[in-house]
Design a protein around this ligand. Sequence first.
Ligand code: HEM
Length: 523
Amino acid sequence: MTIITELTTLVATYPVYATVIGALAYTLVVKKLPWKWLNRNPKRLPSPPGPKGYPLIGSVFEMPTERSWIVYDQWFKKYGDMVYFEALGQPFLVLGSLKRTGDLLEKRSSKYSDRLWLPMLIELMESDFNFGMLPYGQWWRRHRRSFKDHFNPEAIVNYRPIQLRSARSFLHRLLISPERFLDHITHTFGATIMSVAYGITVKESGDPYLATGHESQKGAAAAGIPGSFLVDMVPALKYVPSWFPGAGFKKKAAHWRQANQDLARIPFKYVEQQMENGTAVPCVATKLIEKLPDKSDPKYAEERKLAEDVAAVSYVGGADTTISTVQAFFMAMALYPEAQKKAQAQLDSVLGGKRLPDFNDRPSLPYINAMIKESLRWNQVAPLAVAHVSSEDDEYDGYFIPRGTIVMGNGWTILHDPEEFQDPYTYNPDRYLKDGQLNPNVRGPEAAAFGFGRRLWVNLTFGSMCPGRHMNDSGLYCLFSSILSVFDIKPPVDESGNPVQLKPEFTSDYLTWLVPVQDKDWT
Ligand code: HEM
């Protein structure tokens, strides 16, 4: 039998193999390569500089799998501040300066604002409630508009009492069990968001809402990196049944799908019931539910889904990012006692050692404000932000960039540029201050810490994209100022009582974590 006959028999006998082989062929031959064959680059413009790779497979073996932002940073030194490569026919473009992110992700945002469609994350795990994953379009825009109503700079002022209460309860927990500070950080931010979004007061430990949230976040971290699952490269694999050898991803997807559904649906349903009983605590969800049309309205189901999504996304967008920043802050305080002392001296002079800080003190605490900036820069939580995808062929600076290119701004490179941030690996809040006040002429980390491009609605000058950054900012202020007004943060000591030499190492995940923080039991 020839190989063709063998293949035909196999395919006829086992439709699953037919799906897998067909899907692979479609992906490699039809989907990934046509721009080269169809005349989409009539001027024969070159691709931007970058590793050339091998025919067909491209740079698949050079593509970094660990701490990719550092590898891309080295590539910028070799190829310039814009690096292009292909892997298995998929084009990638990594941008290493604010000029490049500004030119493409902001000025040409109509062409560069799409998202990757990751079948594992979005379809199989049903993470589409997180509008950060949705493609650019009307459905995404409606989510963003609604989210903005609840998390814009004016709206978040209403959440200050919750943030203050959470910060004070954090201090209490820290006093009782300082060695469990990592658990306390996690609990504090989960509790704050559950209270803001759903008016729910979580349990002191073993809370089921927080456990579900953590499980959902784990799924997003695992499936959020393009290429982590083969089904992202070969979408038709999603039809493979879960009993099929090698289809373990389907079981994982089912587990995380359940967590996502529980996260989005259970607390929202709880609030609906509380509202019916007249016992609901005012929160984002109550406001969203109040605005829903009548149940008999044909638009009700769609509007309710949108409301459910918007309440839930505050957890997935806000918890891990902020928690990781606070963990890094603890490390920075232990490593840089001078910075800690300066902050404490300022707190003492404002509070007189008699009370805890509140939001009215913020203008008098420029050093704390500088610490927030430096904490976002020093350990950048999302070094490559969230990947954008180009939705049209484009010509830029004499180069051809095909539609479907995955475009990433390397925020880490931008925020560790020694020209802009002297001695960039040192935690130094003073870099943002002049005569004791925030210096408006120094670039803040907001320019690159929160992503890039037009998927934002406020403050175009920052080019910031994360719509939760105001909430994040007030949460960090509240916590940093509260902790340093009553605690000293020091490195742990060894058996002889000597301070342990700490080394800040960060993981290589989609969001970075201090090693080994991400291995802890988070519930
Ligand atoms: C240190 C804290 C945070 C960091 C570093 C961060 C970072 C980011 C980044 C890099 C993006 C994607 C930007 C891009 O596409 O280029 C993003 C999007 C988003 N963030 Fe944040 N974030 C933080 C806190 C928060 C908080 C507290 C919330 C919610 C209360 C939030 C909600 C969101 C949402 C909903 C999106 C999706 C926006 C969209 O696609 O239109 N984030 N964030």
